[in-house]
Design a protein around this ligand. Structure first.
Ligand code: URA
Length: 270
């Protein structure tokens, strides 16, 4: 049995109620609270601020006259669990992470866009929901909507499997941390993931994909490359983000337009 909230019940962590999100079925989830307003206004210049609690800043946009929630999750899997649990109780059904990532393949450059189809579960939070053998797979229809939107918008992109870690430094085999040390079991892990064909490191997909699959919700992810790990451990200056941001905003808007109008006409996106 699903535990939906009453219309006026305020969620403890996100500070939202079903009434505040106006029945939004779609939630876009950037990590950074500072990026919510820009994304919401790129979707709808009349988007409205609705709440800000802890890591969770929320704006409401309208696309095809349907409400779309844009809410930050903060960083990492545990923060994502609060977002999914509380938004699901408010009636949200489709969750799209819109974030940043570090590429590990030579052909993925700064400012490029990656649509992840699945993720390696190097996170801890998803283990509270499903055994590690359970795959962290994105929802196929939502991935296809993003892919078609990118193709139709002429935005170059790659699809692939991300590695979701709980640690930005040793978990992603970075040596430029304060301590400078990576445990032996993680030394060489970046190269292993390259050989396995994985495309990018990030910190939220595995938790988002696993929870949504287990809870009967839909999830997908689109990220902009801000670190090119085949060249450097550093996160690139602002320009890489701005280039990626313009691209994924366009893709996400078009994908939502498609999904909303298809759901109204009762068709399947595929
Ligand atoms: N986010 C990550 O988790 N890793 C990167 O390298 C860049 C963004």
């Amino acid at each position: 049995m699903k535990n939906y909230a009453g219309p006026a019940e305020i969620m403890y962590h996100t500070g939202l109620s079903a009434g505040m999100i106006r029945g939004a079925k779609y939630a876009l989830l950037p990590g950074d609270p500072g990026r919510v307003e820009g994304l919401a206004k790129a979707l709808d210049r009349n988007a409205l601020f609705i709440a800000s609690h802890r890591d969770y800043t929320s704006w409401l946009a309208r696309i095809e006259n349907a409400p779309v929630l844009v809410m930050s999750t903060g960083m990492g899997g545990p923060c994502v669990t609060f977002a999914v649990e509380e938004l699901a109780r408010l009636g949200a059904e489709t969750f799209i992470r819109v974030g940043t990532t570090g590429s590990i393949q030579e052909d993925l450059h700064l400012g490029d866009v990656v649509i992840n189809t699945a993720s390696v579960r190097m996170d801890g939070a998803s283990r509270a929901y499903a055994p590690i053998e359970f795959p962290a797979a994105a929802d196929m229809d939502t991935v296809l909507a993003l892919r078609e939107a990118a193709e139709e918008s002429g935005i170059p992109f790659k699809t692939g499997i991300s590695i979701s870690t709980d640690s930005f430094w040793p978990g992603q085999e970075r040596y430029d941390s304060f301590g400078g040390y990576v445990l032996k079991r993680l030394q060489g892990s970046l190269e292993d993931f390259q050989h396995l064909g994985c495309t990018n490191y990030e910190m939220e997909n595995a938790t988002l994909f696993t929870l949504c699959a287990v809870l009967g919700l839909k999830a997908a992810s689109i990220c902009g490359v801000v670190a090119k790990r085949t060249d450097s451990e550093s996160v690139a200056p602002h320009e890489a983000y701005e280039k990626a941001e313009k691209r994924f905003q366009k893709v996400v808007k078009r994908a939502l337009e498609k999904m909303i109008s298809h759901s109204r006409s009762g068709e399947n996106i595929s």
